[in-house]
Design a protein around this ligand. Structure first.
Ligand SMILES: Cc1cc2nc3c(=O)[nH]c(=O)nc-3n(C[C@H](O)[C@H](O)[C@H](O)COP(=O)(O)OP(=O)(O)OC[C@H]3O[C@@H](n4cnc5c(N)ncnc54)[C@H](O)[C@@H]3O)c2cc1C
Length: 263
């Protein structure tokens, strides 16, 4: 079977900085990591490959330095990696990103299962997986916590709802977005670490894929992030009631709570 995993290089939100002038996220190599849920997506593909055989192809769309997350995928066990990189792809919103990724997937051939993380940690729209499926015209499910092959031509996926678990049979090919509850991602192997130093990252530009130039990059993006700014927490004032009798203190507290609309 042919498995494909989409991975994203994200800003490590624990080290996230916003440029005070442009209001944009500062992206550099020091604070860029593989999106955490994409490790679960990779693990899901590797585990199925071990069960039924086949190959795992990994793709990302991003600037040349995004190749680092592809190398990490190789160290975990990916067979082949592709980087969709082109100035024309820059400034893409989720619609343009998923369109480009879907076109890259079409170019690479037929895949039985496509895995994504449920959401990224730096933009977390959770739109990319379902939008890839919609563009390719195939089935999809978001937030998988269990995956198995139980029926010929289908994949069985468990997805928790508020108080129940939904068990779905998805006709193949399909897109599945993965949660942290799905599995425990493996560590890179020694063989993988050696392979990542030699692996060829296949670059794909807009000239290599059959894309409508009006649907990629900033031109193809109806949504644009104008600014990202930190949330300033509301200032908290402390109230201290001292040197009062118990009754006076209780009255003072009651009045203060009334002022705050807590009574
Ligand atoms: C703070 C911020 C907020 C944003 N908000 C919006 C918004 O509201 N609407 C909008 O249209 N755009 C938004 N964008 C732009 C957004 O970053 C891109 O569209 C991005 O490519 C995908 O969005 P996401 O990370 O939210 O994807 P999600 O749908 O949250 O990502 C889910 C999964 O999709 C896959 N994936 C996502 N991006 C890629 C990629 N480039 N290559 C390969 N696989 C990928 C990964 O498996 C990932 O785990 C925002 C950007 C920033 C920095």
């Amino acid at each position: 079977m042919k498995f494909l995993v989409c991975v994203k290089q994200v800003v490590d939100t624990s080290k996230m900085e916003v440029d005070p002038v442009t209001g944009r996220l500062k992206r550099n190599n020091a604070n860029s990591i593989l999106n955490p849920l994409d490790r679960n997506a990779l693990e899901a593909a590797f585990a199925l490959r071990e069960k039924v055989g086949g190959s795992v192809t990994v793709i990302t769309m991003g600037p040349p330095q995004a190749g680092a997350v592809l190398k990490e995928a190789v160290s975990m066990g990916a067979d082949e990696v592709y980087l969709a990189t082109d100035r024309a792809f820059g400034g893409a919103d989720t619609l343009a990103t998923s369109y480009t990724l879907a076109k890259v997937i079409e170019k690479l051939g037929h895949f039985d299962l496509i895995f994504c993380g449920q959401e990224s940690i730096d933009s977390n729209t959770a739109q990319i997986g379902p939008e890839i499926a919609a563009t390719l015209g195939i089935s999809d499910v978001s937030g998988a916590t269990d995956i198995s092959f139980e029926k010929e031509g289908f994949i069985t996926v468990h997805r928790p709802l508020r108080e129940n678990v939904e068990v779905l049979d998805l006709k193949l090919p399909a897109v599945i977005t993965c949660t942290a509850d799905l599995n425990k991602p493996r560590y890179p192997s020694l063989k993988g670490i050696l392979k990542k130093n030699e692996v060829e990252i296949h670059n794909i530009t807009s000239a290599d894929v059959d894309v409508d130039p009006g649907r990629i990059g900033m031109k193809g993006s109806p949504t644009q992030v104008r600014q990202v700014r930190p949330i300033v927490p509301p200032k908290k004032e402390n109230l201290r009631i001292e040197d009062k009798t118990a009754e006076e203190a209780a009255d003072g507290l009651f009045e203060a709570m009334k002022k705050l609309n807590l009574m």
